[in-house]
Ligand binder design. Structure first.
Ligand SMILES: Cc1cc2nc3c(=O)[nH]c(=O)nc-3n(C[C@H](O)[C@H](O)[C@H](O)COP(=O)(O)OP(=O)(O)OC[C@H]3O[C@@H](n4cnc5c(N)ncnc54)[C@H](O)[C@@H]3O)c2cc1C
Ligand SMILES: NC(=O)c1ccc[n+]([C@@H]2O[C@H](COP(=O)([O-])OP(=O)(O)OC[C@H]3O[C@@H](n4cnc5c(N)ncnc54)[C@H](O)[C@@H]3O)[C@@H](O)[C@H]2O)c1
Length: 451
């Protein structure tokens, strides 16, 4: 059986859900397909529940700071309210009916199943074939990448999906991967009382961010009692029925649980891209500024390789939807992609790191300022660790990248994101006032050091 529609959206992550809803509201015949849950990774296994965990864990850390600031405190962590909140408020117990209803109320048709392009303009979802006269949109996101470590497959290791769904915290945990997922969750579990070891193969945690950021976060984690091993390759994993042992050249680690957070993977071959003549050997699909892979086929979100973040997916969704509807508007720009790793301190970053800027041949000038030495950092006292780093294109006199680590580092980032996005001249940034005593006032100090 085949049905003719205007648009088929394969995968309804945050961007796909928004785009499909927008096109349906505009009157197009839209079929949205998801193999799992409408909304994707972010609301069910990612951003939203992890940030609820982080909010709760940070409240424990703040309570533990009371003795240094304001008297006495006794902290008795209990994960039960967090698990309950994730079920009741974030994930509806991993039920997407509300999201499906939202989409169908806009006029869309939802099909639960795995979609695959079978040729130009045609998509198969289960037993059904759809002819899409206007567009096919891919928003299939990523799955956890499982490294080829001897003995790992077949053990009851966690990915982010199992870690988000826990009801009690383990006594001990090994986290493979010191990136965003690994560190956010490592700190949460440690603050709830789990003995946590992080094993990162690169020579520093958060290797994609500025080294200054990696150093601040590593120092905080170690001070909180986590073990952080960098430059360490896991060679084998053994699970004896109760505990995991991870073997490395530097010795063995043992823990009740193992979280694998070593990056993400896409299944482009499974999407049938070869049927329209596209290479599926790369980990992502190349898109033009309107998110087209080829005429009438669009891709948005993590699969585009432009930053695996919900805000990237949503930004691209709005541009692709406009283009499909034939509306005018600017194409996508990626010179100021913001990102925040919600460790405490938060690591906010935008645009290029110093190394990336140098690799592009930019005439780089950088400056850093330590948050504890700012007025606000000094007032804040305990929990004030952080750094602001600016990356300037000296020839053009604009910032091309910036990092703000610290309390509310993700909020401090907003001013820096505007500066990088709008290419505000550094001289002009120096002429403005920065409210006293805010954390973002550190930007003014860093700017003065660029001179
Ligand atoms: C633990 C964690 C924390 C995160 N925290 C943040 C954060 O704080 N901020 C942030 O910006 N980002 C965060 N992210 C990243 C964010 O979740 C993703 O970037 C975001 O979900 C956007 O992904 P997407 O739109 O590409 O699709 P996804 O959310 O990955 O969804 C893709 C959907 O496609 C479906 N699908 C796949 N293949 C098919 C197919 N063939 N047919 C039908 N359906 C298919 C899947 O079932 C899924 O529902 C986090 C991720 C994780 C794992
Ligand atoms: N706050 C946020 O916005 C947020 C939070 C979580 C995830 N995310 C998104 O999800 C993406 C995926 O997160 P992630 O943490 O899985 O990936 P990542 O790429 O950020 O980090 C993976 C880490 O694992 C390390 N690694 C790889 N193989 C390893 C191995 N065999 N042993 C030990 N370490 C190994 C890498 O060097 C890297 O540091 C992120 O890049 C980000 O885009 C965003």
């Amino acid at each position: 059986m085949s049905s003719t529609v205007d648009v088929v959206v394969i995968g309804m992550g945050p961007g796909g859900e928004a785009l499909a809803g927008r096109l349906a509201e505009a009157g197009l015949r839209v079929v949205g397909a998801d193999a799992r849950l409408v909304g994707g990774e972010c609301p069910y296994y990612g951003c939203v529940p992890s940030k609820m965990m982080i909010r709760a864990a940070n409240s424990l850390a703040e309570a533990r700071r009371v003795p240094e600031l304001s008297g006495g405190s006794q902290v008795a962590p209990d994960f039960a309210p967090v698990a309950a909140r994730i079920r009741a408020e974030a994930t509806d117990n991993w039920d997407d009916q509300a999201a499906v209803d939202r989409f169908t109320a806009k006029g869309g048709r939802f099909v639960r199943g795995s979609g695959r392009i079978t040729g130009p303009g045609t998509v198969r979802i289960g037993d059904e074939e759809f002819i899409a006269t206007r567009a096919i949109v891919l928003n299939t996101g990523t799955d956890p990448a499982i490294p080829p470590i001897s003995g790992l497959v077949g053990t009851p290791y966690w990915t982010n999906r199992e870690a988000i769904a826990v009801e009690t915290v383990p006594e001990s945990l090994i986290v493979l991967g010191g990136g965003a997922i690994g560190l956010e969750l490592a700190q949460v579990f440690a603050r709830f009382g789990t003995r946590v070891s992080v094993v990162e193969v690169a020579d520093r945690i958060l290797p994609l961010e500025e080294p200054e950021a990696s150093q601040v976060v590593a120092e905080v984690l170690i001070a909180e009692g986590l073990m952080v091993y960098t430059g360490v390759q896991a060679e084998a994993v053994v699970h004896d029925g109760t505990a995991f042992t991870v073997k490395t050249v530097r010795g063995e680690l043992t823990a009740e649980r193992l979280l694998v957070a070593t990056g993400r993977t896409t299944d482009l071959a499974g999407l049938g891209l070869a049927s329209i003549g596209l290479d599926t050997n790369r980990g992502f699909v190349a898109t033009d500024e309107y998110l087209r892979i080829v005429d009438h086929v669009y891709a948005i979100g993590d699969v585009t390789g432009k930053g695996a973040f919900t805000h990237v997916s949503m930004y691209q969704a709005a541009i692709a939807a406009r283009h499909i509807l034939g509306e005018d508007g600017p194409g996508a720009e990626y010179h100021a992609v913001p990102r925040v790793t919600f460790t405490d301190p938060e690591v906010g970053a935008v645009g290029l790191t110093e190394v990336q800027a140098r690799e592009r041949g930019i005439d780089v000038r950088t400056a850093t300022t330590a948050v504890p030495s700012s007025a606000r950092g000094w007032i804040h006292q305990t929990g004030n660790e952080g750094v602001i780093k600016l990356v300037q294109d000296a020839e053009r006199g604009v910032l091309v990248g910036a990092t703000s680590v610290g309390p509310s580092g993700g909020e401090v980032l907003s001013a820096l994101a505007v500066a990088v996005h709008a290419e505000v001249p550094v001289d002009r940034l120096r002429q403005m006032m920065y409210a006293y005593p805010t954390f973002h006032r550190g930007i003014e100090d860093a700017l003065s050091r660029l001179a």
